[in-house]
Design a protein around this ligand. Sequence first.
Ligand code: ADP
Ligand code: ASP
Ligand code: MG
Length: 392
Amino acid sequence: MAIVVQKYGGSSVADLEKLSKVADWVVATKRAGHSVVVVVSAMGKTTDELLSLAQRAAETGGGGNSPPRRELDMLLSVGERTSMALLSIAVQARGEPAVSLTGSQSGIITNDRHFDARIIEVRPHRIEDELYHGKIVIVAGYQGMSYRREITTLGRGGSDTTAVALSAALSAERCEIYSDVDGVYSADPRSVPDARHLPELDFATMQEMAESGAKVLHARAVEWAKRQNIAILARKTEDYATRGEGLQTRVHASSGTQARAVVVDRHLALLSCPARALASLFAAAEASELLLRDGVYVDGALRATLALSAVPSAAATLRSLAERVPGLEITTGVGSVSWVGVGAGAEPLELARFAQSVGERPLLTFTSPLRATAILPQSELGAAEAALHAQL
Ligand code: ADP
Ligand code: ASP
Ligand code: MG
């Protein structure tokens, strides 16, 4: 039987009522004649709540401590365990055999970088065995096990990556990602009401959008899909009942369309490091496992951004960076607005539109063939996003 992988995000399993609808649809997919592997996220805002609990536990020791990344992974992986077990119970209550599996039981092997691990291999033998015995397999997203047998998590939003990696390893017929939006739009439909639906998108554009901060799909999920040539179908959970009629976005190898999108990341820090302190900056970034982006070296200083959503305790991390790197200037309260698509950051007409929309406001701008990005104070992001989208 053809294998279908379905991933349901946090909003789709936010409470028992929603989770029970998901159970109905999963059972319907099985009864329509498919082998079904379901990947679930933690319920609603569970991951945020666990993170803040960990931060509060660290603060009980005083002195601005932040929680060790290893313990964070132990804690955060519990969120997805809760939803996988509840969904399995709900499916079995409908008379279909099911089994829930953690990331490590599912054979998701990662590197040993806690809080932001990368999948290096998938060994899905246990899943294949359970499918062979007719079970619906429900996998906890966002987690794996390092080759040192430590529990790891895959970075915020990482359940998408679990779904794509499993689709590839199982040679699934379809990889469906269900969330609260019916696919990918030309901007976040929450902040740009007239954002346009994109029925098709190529991997490179989608990956660039995700890396620039569009959280609709996890960047590494798209990276994995591109490498393994797995088409991703992004759909809205509530549209399940009308499947085939509702909107969806197919992210695949080549769409032949010239999609353009505006992407905003509201939580960045802008670093400016004098040449003499570069060695300490890189050592401190390595020690705290930070990824610097969009670096430019100009006027004797390196300027680069740091995505704060990828950092477990931003305030404590920035404090320790400032202590360890002499002369480092850190600007917080900034974000980025990006114009994404093939040629968006290279073609003169595209660049002219971009420059006109962001005006003289940016603290810094970067371009690459697929993207033009401006760093702005958070208060100016909304206006820049609207102005840029109006150019579409
Ligand atoms: P899930 O919890 O199901 O993984 P996410 O919250 O991670 O869902 O992703 C869905 C959200 O992504 C939407 O609610 C939407 O606000 C946001 N989003 C940002 N940019 C876009 C975009 N270009 N197209 C669609 N959704 C977007
Ligand atoms: N629960 C995790 C998060 O909130 C993973 C995910 O939702 O994909 O980031
Ligand atoms: Mg997500």
